[in-house]
Design a protein around this ligand. Structure first.
Ligand SMILES: [Fe+2]
Length: 265
């Protein structure tokens, strides 16, 4: 019998369809969406799900948080102590160290809101069975980013991304379409820095910045043409555009046989 202490990690999704996935030494122990516990479809804020972790373990090594906006800046605050509600709940439950909040982030809480689309790519890649792939992400609003545009701090967000994916955890950004609520001068930058997505300082990607954050919707016609039926309104025009972009990158990587697509609408 191994005496090695197991590593417990819980990942939570804060936003719509919030929930928890609990892992022990890399194996999924349980996963649940908040709506199953609260009986509210698409419910966010996975508090009930987090309490459910106690059915399996009373200690976490790490709490990993997925969302589109920064945890400390945008989550609600616990009264009096002032930490964000997710860190605060984990702390109160004793899942993470009960260190009082001192204004700095908890060492056991990892906020991954800066790489929202990259997390979608990881979900697609790790379940694909491929050793090497390019992933295309189409998602109405991924990571929110503040860019200096004409001297003005401007909020923009990921709408479409392409990644080169390799094991064990290499996800290189190749292309991004970033949008905003206009008016805004659009731009195309062939070599935009990828540093904000946790990539090396010298890494770059192709960037398209447009004033319209929404993916263009030509749903009906393209659904008819493609013969596809999607449950929610699909934005297939951009989808087809992105497939062509993906194929271009596949070619540049000398990979011609596959692409992965993850769409969140
Ligand atoms: Fe998303």
């Amino acid at each position: 019998m191994s005496s090695k202490k197991p590593v417990w990690i819980a990942g939570i999704a804060r936003g719509h369809n919030g929930g928890v996935c609990l892992m022990k030494d890399g194996e999924i122990i349980f996963s649940i969406e908040e709506e199953r516990l609260t009986r509210q479809k698409y419910d966010g804020g996975p508090y009930a799900s987090m309490i459910k972790i106690l059915d399996y373990t009373d200690k976490l090594d790490f709490l990993v948080v997925a969302h589109t906006q920064n945890l400390e800046q945008t989550a609600g605050k616990v009264d009096f102590s002032g930490d964000d509600v997710y860190t605060g709940l984990a702390r109160k439950l004793g899942l993470i160290k009960r260190t009082p909040y001192d204004g700095s982030s908890h060492p056991q809480v990892i906020d991954m809101s800066n790489i929202h689309h990259k997390l979608h790519a990881a979900c697609a890649f790790y379940r694909s069975g491929f050793d090497d792939a390019v992933a295309l992400i189409v998602d109405g609003a991924g990571t929110f980013i503040t860019l200096d545009i004409g001297g003005q701090p401007t909020t923009v967000w990921e709408t479409e991304s392409i990644y080169d994916c390799n094991y064990p955890d290499n996800f290189k950004t190749l292309y991004k379409h970033i949008g905003a609520n206009g008016p805004l001068m659009g731009a195309w930058m062939p070599e935009f820095s990828s540093e904000m997505y946790d990539e090396p300082k010298e890494a770059t990607h192709e960037l398209v910045l447009s004033e319209n954050a929404a993916l263009l919707s030509h749903t009906k016609q393209l659904q008819n043409i493609a013969g596809l039926v999607l449950l929610k309104q699909a934005k297939l025009w951009d989808y087809f555009h992105m497939v062509s972009q993906t194929l271009k990158h596949l070619k540049s990587l000398e990979m011609t046989h596959l692409y992965l697509v993850q769409i969140e609408l």
